[in-house]
Design a protein around this ligand. Structure first.
Ligand SMILES: [Zn+2]
Ligand SMILES: [Zn+2]
Length: 316
C-alpha cells in the first residue's frame, strides 16, 4: 500500500484494521532529500510496506532514509524496525529504557505485562497486533529527551514521556506544530479515555506528559493508532486521556472504600461488572497491568497501602 498525505511533508502508511487497536499507523516525515520513519509498525503490515511507500514518494530507501525512530518498544510499533533496517541500512533509534524490549521481544509478555500462564499462552498464539513474530535487534542510537532530529529543514524535538512504557517518547515537529504521540495519547481509537500502561510505565509520568504535550499548542496530533486529530479536536484529546486516567484512579479508590481491601483480580472483576470504566477488551493482561501500575501510583501518593500477598487497602 502506498502512503497517504496528511499535510505536506507528512504521510501515513496504514496497516490492516486491528480490532479495538484501530489501524496501526506508521508515519513518514520528509523534507528536501531526506525522509524519516516514525514507528515502523507490526512486522507484516504496515512494516513490510514501508520501503515501497518510501519509493513511491520518489525517495531512495538506501540513501535518503535517515532513520527509523520508535516511540516505544511494543510489538505494534517496533516489530517492523529490524526488516526495514536490513533492507535500507537506516539506523534504528529508541529510548534506552525501551531498548532492551527491542532487543528481546519476548520480554513484552514475560516482563511488561501481568498475566497467568494460560493468558501468556493465548497471547503467544494470538495473531493480533501484539504478537511476537519477529527477531529482536540492537538499537543503533538512543533517543534522548530534549535532543532534536533534523530531516532536511524540519526539526523534530524528542520528548520523553515515559507514561505508557518507561522508554516512551513523543516527537514534536516544531514548524508544522504536529505531535507524534505514539501510544501516550490515544492508544485506543474512538475512546481516548481507554488506555493501557505496561509494567514499566507510570501514571505520574503519563499525567505530567499530557500536561507538557497539551501546552505545546499543537495543531495536529498523530497517534500511532488510527486517525489523526486536527486543530480543536487535537486539543480535546489531552483532557479526554487525563479524564480516563483520573477516572480509573477514582474508581479504584472507591472500590477500596466499599470493600475495605482487594487484590488485582477483584479490581478486574469489579471494573468489568460496573462497566463504568472504558477498558481494553482484547487482552485481560492489559487491564490487570494497568490496574497494577495505577495502584503503584496511588501508593506513591500515599492514598493506599499494600497489606501483603497483593492485597491493597485505603489509607486513613
Ligand atoms: Zn504501546
Ligand atoms: Zn500501540
Amino acid at each position: 500500500m502506498a502512503s497517504a498525505e496528511i499535510i505536506p511533508g507528512i504521510h501515513v502508511v496504514r496497516g490492516k484494521f486491528a480490532g479495538e487497536f484501530g489501524f496501526i499507523a506508521s508515519y513518514l516525515v520528509f523534507d528536501e532529500s531526506e525522509i524519516l520513519v516514525i514507528d515502523p509498525g507490526t512486522a507484516g503490515d504496515p512494516g513490510a510496506n514501508l520501503e515501497k511507500a518510501i519509493k513511491s514518494l520518489g525517495f531512495n530507501p538506501k540513501s535518503d532514509l535517515i532513520g527509523i525512530i520508535c516511540t516505544h518498544g511494543h510489538p505494534d510499533h517496533a516489530a517492523g524496525a529490524n526488516r526495514l533496517k536490513k533492507s535500507t541500512g537506516a539506523p534504528v533509534m529508541i529510548h534506552k529504557d525501551d531498548a532492551e524490549l527491542l532487543q528481546t521481544p519476548a520480554s513484552f509478555l514475560n516482563e511488561r505485562l501481568i498475566m497467568d500462564r494460560a493468558e501468556r499462552f493465548s497471547m503467544k498464539i494470538d495473531k493480533g497486533p501484539l504478537r511476537i513474530n519477529y527477531r529482536g535487534m540492537e538499537a543503533d542510537e538512543y533517543l534522548k529527551h530534549g535532543d532534536e532530529i533534523s530531516i532536511g529543514n524540519t526539526t523534530l524535538k524528542i520528548i520523553h514521556t515515559g507514561g505508557h512504557s518507561a522508554g516512551h517518547c513523543a516527537f514534536y515537529d516544531v514548524s508544522r506544530k504536529a505531535i507524534f504521540s505514539g501510544d501516550e495519547v490515544n492508544n485506543f481509537p474512538n475512546d481516548p479515555r481507554k488506555f493501557y500502561i505496561d509494567k514499566t510505565g507510570s501514571i505520574i509520568a503519563k499525567l505530567t506528559a499530557l500536561e507538557v504535550l497539551s501546552k505545546l499548542g499543537a495543531d495536529y496530533l498523530f497517534p500511532s493508532h488510527d486517525t489523526p486529530h486536527l486543530f480543536s479536536d487535537a486539543r480535546l484529546q489531552f483532557k479526554a486521556v487525563k479524564d480516563g486516567v483520573v477516572h480509573l484512579q477514582d474508581t479504584l479508590l472507591s472500590l477500596l472504600r466499599a470493600r475495605g481491601d482487594a487484590d488485582i483480580e477483584q479490581f478486574v472483576f469489579d471494573i468489568k461488572e460496573a462497566r463504568s470504566v472504558p477498558i481494553p477488551e482484547s487482552y485481560n493482561a492489559l487491564l490487570s497491568t494497568t490496574i497494577h501500575v495505577t495502584l503503584m501510583g496511588l501508593k506513591e501518593a500515599g492514598l493506599i497501602r499494600e497489606l501483603g500477598n497483593g492485597i491493597w487497602t485505603g489509607v486513613g
